[in-house]
Write a protein that binds this ligand. Structure first.
Ligand SMILES: [Zn+2]
Length: 120
């Protein structure tokens, strides 16, 4: 798994997308179980058991660990991401004043909890 993370940005193997025989793309909420078949001789496999969100059929799929990318199970949520990006863009960069404010609010928090501790 670590190797996948480390090489994540540089792989040119396209991740395997799991599809039901009806053509529905399997996402995380359809997955019942995943497992790992480690093999000493050959490639290791990731085992995915799912119930199709459309036709409700249960299926299994073995994916070579090399081509397995858990993010293929992420539902596409483009809308949410775009609004987040817009929100961050509107906020602009963090200013030194904000950093100082944050620092002081942390100090206030610490002082408050020390005060409470004394009272208890
Ligand atoms: Zn299906």
């Amino acid at each position: 798994m670590c190797r996948l993370l480390l090489t994540g940005g540089y792989r040119n193997i396209s991740p395997t997308i799991i599809k039901c025989s009806c053509g529905h793309r399997i996402v995380r909420k359809d997955v019942i179980q995943t497992g790992l078949y480690l093999s000493v001789l050959g490639p290791s496999f990731v085992y995915v058991r799912y119930r199709c969100g459309r036709c409700k059929r249960v299926g299994e799929k073995l994916v070579e660990q090399e081509t397995w990318d858990p993010s293929v199970l992420q539902p596409v949520r483009r809308g949410v991401n775009e609004s987040d990006l817009r929100r961050f863009a509107e906020m602009g960069e963090i200013t030194p004043e904000e950093v100082i404010d944050f620092h002081y609010s942390l100090e206030r928090l610490t002082a408050d909890s020390e005060e409470e501790a004394r009272q208890l």
